[in-house]
Design a protein around this ligand. Structure first.
Ligand SMILES: Cc1cc2nc3c(=O)[nH]c(=O)nc-3n(C[C@H](O)[C@H](O)[C@H](O)COP(=O)(O)OP(=O)(O)OC[C@H]3O[C@@H](n4cnc5c(N)ncnc54)[C@H](O)[C@@H]3O)c2cc1C
Length: 598
């Protein structure tokens, strides 16, 4: 791993070196095979049967498995398949896994092609398999019943983060790294007390290794250990059961009130409803997608950066999560966007991004490739992001709240309310009064315009991003968007968007068809405000101009925090979106937005 970068949590990872020997994936580094010849049978024999997982999963409301060593994801797929066959539809499987040496996407695909696993689960995992950048990646499968949290980091970092954030705990541990003699870091005795600390009552540990050191350290930390007949895979495997849990879990909420029905409110409603909570969502009209999120054409596009500094890293994480989630809800939407190099995003930086993310997420295009893909007059050095999505705002909001546990009611709030649990997703801070006095927020108007052309050849074939976006429809282009920090003269926004369109397409003679105007609430650091503001009050707001990516991600963070679960983000990322951050800064300097307030 390249640890020269800024943080132990944010770095590019080296992929595992692995090749096939006689049809089985082999690691020269660990001098061992990844799995037995029949890996699905091995999962059943080593983990599922000894820990009685099927019966235990079907009795729980939420069942949590934590795996050491994700490898090709066979334990996830085999366990999920059993879970989906037998558990009740309202039971949730939380499958957390850690991998310090992730396999390349192509290798993973080859393993899946050659293994008898559920192909639809495999396809989804492959589609959104994270790039080789450290992080906590969350992906939902099978109507949200299976939740994978894949931590790309070494096991000590992953476990420490888990202990710090998660008070729900683990029902079953799968210790599945390479053998202790070959991979001592994963079996370090100092990890076992941490593992014991976050195991639930009657929680189990299963492993293909019954090495004496592992058994003794589990016994020393309160587990009863059994050797299990292991043939044909190993002579013995291991089952350990915790005698007494030290976990202090918090009571989950029973219901939640969410104020606001834009992307933020509806995504938050979805994140709570899928955890089994009754949601009441309030908007002034009783409908969702009633304000800025009624935008007819927005793009979930990667405001990515090759930088690993916190805000840039945070933005990339929002994109990976949202791309996977939105693909489930907007199955017929246009996908793929070409980001053209510009003064603000030079070609070298775009190429670095493509190299870092790998071709599943980003592909570098030279001018000729770009010309062929986009049909613009001129080719540009650019990067193609295949998972970007064109979003119809109302459609997205409606699909997020299409859930039996979500009720949308008509109510406008003028002051905070005192319910069991309330989340404000009102974009601006207007309802919050004094609580939000120090927050550095500003509301900015913006516009997108639609233009048609008599020559169909003038319409690019792909969504283009360059200091704004151009979205082609059958015979027109939607162009956005303006940032109107001051009051603009009538017509200036349309003129500005038209100039952008003419510049990128090198075409004149467009006919104006219509426009959409909306308000964005932005913060001084361009990050949203997400977190707890009082005992039973939380916020998810100020998503500025990137709400399609940041709102679902922050909704998931917020729901995880309320439930005491590991969020899909390092703690250092949670602190940069915390509502308290502004008052700390104002000890050093005044609120920079005071001069903009109209
Ligand atoms: C011109 C333009 C172009 C954009 N293009 C893109 C793009 O391409 N990609 C992208 O990712 N983002 C884009 N955005 C930004 C994106 O639209 C926003 O980030 C997103 O809509 C914000 O969602 P939200 O839920 O926070 O706010 P909103 O959609 O504004 O929702 C706020 C909700 O709170 C409710 N509410 C407010 N006050 C009260 C109250 N007192 N009581 C009850 N309810 C209340 C409102 O009725 C509404 O339901 C664009 C924005 C604009 C203006």
């Amino acid at each position: 791993m390249d640890r020269r970068l800024l943080s132990t949590h944010r770095y590019r990872m080296k992929s595992a070196v692995a090749h096939f020997v006689d049809g089985r994936l082999f690691s020269p580094k660990f001098n061992d095979y990844y799995a037995a010849r029949d890996p699905v049978a091995e999962t059943a024999h080593v983990h599922i049967h000894p820990a009685n997982l099927v019966a235990r999963m079907s009795r729980a409301n939420t069942f949590t498995i934590f795996e050491f060593g994700f490898g090709a994801g066979i334990n996830l797929l085999a366990t999920s398949t059993e879970f989906l066959k037998l558990a009740k539809p309202n039971v949730r499987l939380r499958f957390i896994s850690c991998e310090a040496f992730p396999l390349q996407h192509d290798t993973l695909r080859q393993v899946h092609d050659n293994t008898a696993i559920d192909k639809s689960l495999s396809r989804r995992l492959l589609d959104f398999y994270p790039p080789l950048v450290s992080g906590i990646y969350r992906q939902l499968f099978a109507n949200d019943r299976v939740e994978l949290t894949l931590i790309f980091a070494d096991i000590e970092t992953a476990l420490t983060e888990f202990v710090d954030q998660d008070s729900v705990g683990v029902d079953s541990w799968m210790l599945d790294g390479f053998a202790p003699a070959r991979n001592p870091q994963m079996w370090d005795a100092k990890l076992i007390p941490i593992l014991a600390q976050c195991t639930k009552a009657n929680g189990t540990v299963t492993s293909f290794s019954s090495a004496g050191t592992v058994r003794r350290s589990l016994e020393d930390n309160g587990f009863s250990v059994q050797k299990i007949e292991g043939t044909p895979f190993k002579r013995h495997t291991l089952l350990a059961t915790l005698n007494e849990s030290r976990l202090q879990s918090t009571e989950p909420p029973r219901k939640v009130t969410i104020v606001g029905g834009g992307f933020a409110g509806t995504a938050t409603a979805h994140a709570f409803a899928r955890r089994g909570i009754q949601v009441q969502l309030m908007t002034p009209s009783g409908g969702v997608g009633d304000a800025t999120s009624s935008i007819p054409t927005a793009v979930l596009h990667p405001r990515l950066s090759a930088s690993m500094e916190e805000p840039a890293y945070f933005r990339t994480q929002t994109y990976f999560y949202a791309a996977a989630l939105l693909s489930q809800y907007l199955q017929h939407a246009t996908t793929g966007a070409v980001q053209i190099s510009s003064k603000n995003m030079v070609a070298k930086r775009l190429k670095d991004i493509a190299d870092t993310l790998g071709k599943n997420w980003a592909r570098w295009l030279d001018a000729a490739d770009c010309l062929e893909l986009t049909n613009t007059e001129q080719g540009y050095e650019s990067t193609f992001f295949p998972k970007s999505i064109v979003v119809n705002g109302i459609e997205l909001c409606r699909s997020f709240v299409d859930h039996p546990r979500i009720e949308v009611v008509a109510k406008e709030l003028f002051a905070p309310i005192d319910d069991e649990l309330t989340i404000y997703a009102t974009a601006s801070t207007s309802v919050l009064g004094k609580t939000a006095e120090a927050w550095e927020v500003l509301t900015i108007e913006g516009q997108i315009d639609t233009f048609a052309h008599s020559n169909n050849n003038a319409i690019p074939r792909r969504v283009l991003i360059q200091d704004g976006y151009i979205v082609p429809t059958e015979s027109a282009c939607v162009v956005g968007s303006t940032y109107e920090y001051t009051q603009w003269k009538p017509g200036l926004a349309t003129k500005t968007n038209l100039a952008k369109l003419q510049q990128v397409t090198s075409r004149e003679h467009w006919t104006h068809l219509g426009k959409f105007r909306g308000l964005r609430t932005v913060t001084s650091d361009k990050l949203p405000i997400v977190g707890q503001i009082d005992r039973n009050q939380w916020v998810n707001l100020a998503h500025g101009s990137a709400g399609t990516a940041s709102t679902p991600f922050c909704a998931e963070i917020l729901a995880s925090q309320v439930f005491g679960e590991l969020a899909p983000a390092w703690q250092e990322c949670l602190s940069i979106i915390n509502p308290d951050r502004f008052s700390e800064r104002q000890i050093r300097r005044p609120n920079p937005f005071l001069r903009h307030k109209r």
